[in-house]
Write a protein that binds this ligand. Structure first.
Ligand SMILES: *Cc1c(COP(=O)(O)O)cnc(C)c1O
Length: 427
């Protein structure tokens, strides 16, 4: 359990003497739970490091499959998997319960499944943003080609955040009451911004436009429930491995119970739908979706990975989602203060942006991909290089994304290493 009375204000400061990062005890416990970590891991936005308990949950499930049989092991895990879906519902939206959440392969597959099943009229209009994840955008473009849809950019500020005032005024092509769907990532993967989801969801609710929210990069790191509480978000997609620090190969979707029956069947299989004979219907019958999010069931799945996600969610909830978010956001701010200007790297977003994603634009002639590789090889520091293929608004950058285990000392270490690898040739 969390130590009682842990002060949120007396945190650890970096060598630069900047403001403190809260909950250092939580950070130490989080790191101790990952004692095998052999790198300076500043890459949670790619894949947060799993705890030993998350690894153990998976290996013991695999062992149980070998001893009890796979289905016996799955039955034994059923309660933990239900608890995981309940935890996701609780983190997302007060209107959601366990039964409204379904596991999927990943956020991308969850998004394409939802989009395929989404009721959109021919010639319908879908509000999107320039920071949409490129895979999601491809799926949207394919659906738009098939059904003659129009993809319309919501108005955005220069940093990529949705311009709520212009959206409210209906300034630009994205007049809300002429849209059939709005979809965007709450936090994009290539920018350290957080969308004003609460305001956008409330406007969409008032205009009667459902929102499909991508929380792959936000859940576990910014507060998603506030947007859910507006009642304006119809459905969510997300992933296990990023800020939730769960295993690879698991994602999830969630749909509000008052909306799910408007969705069709994405992939008609024995897992998602049944055939109801009807002699007068063309083809002699009808496809009937399984109830609720059952229509998105993928059937055969890596159950051990889902058990690992369940363990990661239990740790997240036990640590206190608010404290996790506060520490990550403070680390993001501390990272921008420490790293902005180092060896000519410039911040890609406002220094105080409430995101754990920090982007650094390279000095002239420096390739972020080469720097990322050298940081990993020479300094054992994990970061990500962003290139233009990631999204329409992506620019080359080095992405730094600390999680709870990270410390101001890690940021100092990165700052010194970044200075070295930027200014000196590779050995
Ligand atoms: C990573 C990411 C995805 C895709 O998640 P997967 O689980 O890899 O499919 C979608 N949207 C955003 C914003 C992401 O960062």
């Amino acid at each position: 359990m969390a130590a009682a009375g842990e002060a949120g204000t007396s945190g650890e400061a970096s060598a630069g003497g900047e403001e403190a990062v809260p909950f250092p005890d939580l950070g130490r416990r989080w790191l101790a739970a990952r004692e095998g970590l052999a790198v300076v891991h500043l890459d949670a936005a790619a894949a947060g490091p799993a705890s030993q308990a998350v690894v153990d949950a998976q290996t013991s499930h695999l062992a149980a499959e070998a001893t009890l049989g796979s289905y016996g092991a799955q039955e034994r895990a059923a309660e933990r998997l239900d608890a995981a879906r309940a935890a996701l519902a609780g983190l997302l939206d007060p209107a959601l319960a366990e039964a409204d959440v379904a596991f999927h392969h990943c956020a991308t597959s969850a998004f394409t499944a939802l989009l395929d099943a989404w009721p959109l009229p021919r010639g319908g209009r879908v509000g999107i943003v320039p920071s949409d994840f490129s895979s999601n955008l491809l799926a949207l473009r394919a659906r738009a080609l098939r059904d003659g849809l129009e993809l319309v950019d919501l108005p955005v500020l220069p940093d990529g955040r949705i311009d709520v005032d212009r959206l409210r005024r209906g300034d630009g092509p994205a007049v809300l009451d002429r849209l059939d769907l709005v979809t965007f990532p709450e936090v994009p993967s290539q920018r350290g911004i957080v969308q004003p989801t609460v305001a956008v969801a409330a406007l969409c609710r008032d205009a009667g436009v459902p929102v499909l929210l991508d929380v792959a990069q936000s859940l576990g790191h910014v507060d998603a429930t506030a947007a859910g509480a507006t009642g304006g978000v119809a459905a969510y997609v997300g992933t296990s491995r990023k800020w939730l620090c769960g295993p690879r190969g698991v994602g999830f979707l969630a749909v509000r119970p008052d909306f799910v029956d408007r969705l069709g069947v994405p992939a008609p299989t024995g897992y998602t739908a049944r055939w109801e004979p009807d002699p007068v219907a063309p083809g002699g019958g009808r496809l009937v979706a399984f109830g609720g999010v059952g229509r998105f069931d993928i059937g055969e799945a890596p159950v051990a990975a889902r058990v690992g996600l369940a363990a990661a969610l239990a740790e997240h909830v036990e640590a206190g989602p608010e404290r996790v978010r506060a520490r990550i956001q403070a680390l993001g701010t501390a990272a921008r203060r420490r790293l902005g200007g180092v060896a000519g790297w410039r911040l890609g977003e406002d220094a105080a942006s409430p995101s754990g994603i920090v982007t650094l634009r390279p000095p002239r002639g420096i390739d972020p991909a080469a720097i990322r590789a050298r940081l990993q090889r020479e300094e054992r520091i994990l970061t990500t290089a962003i290139d233009e293929t990631r999204a329409r608004d992506a620019v080359p950058a080095l992405r730094v994304s600390p999680h709870v285990h990270s410390t101001p000392a890690d940021l100092d270490h990165l700052a010194e290493a970044l200075e070295r690898v930027t200014t000196r040739p590779a050995p």
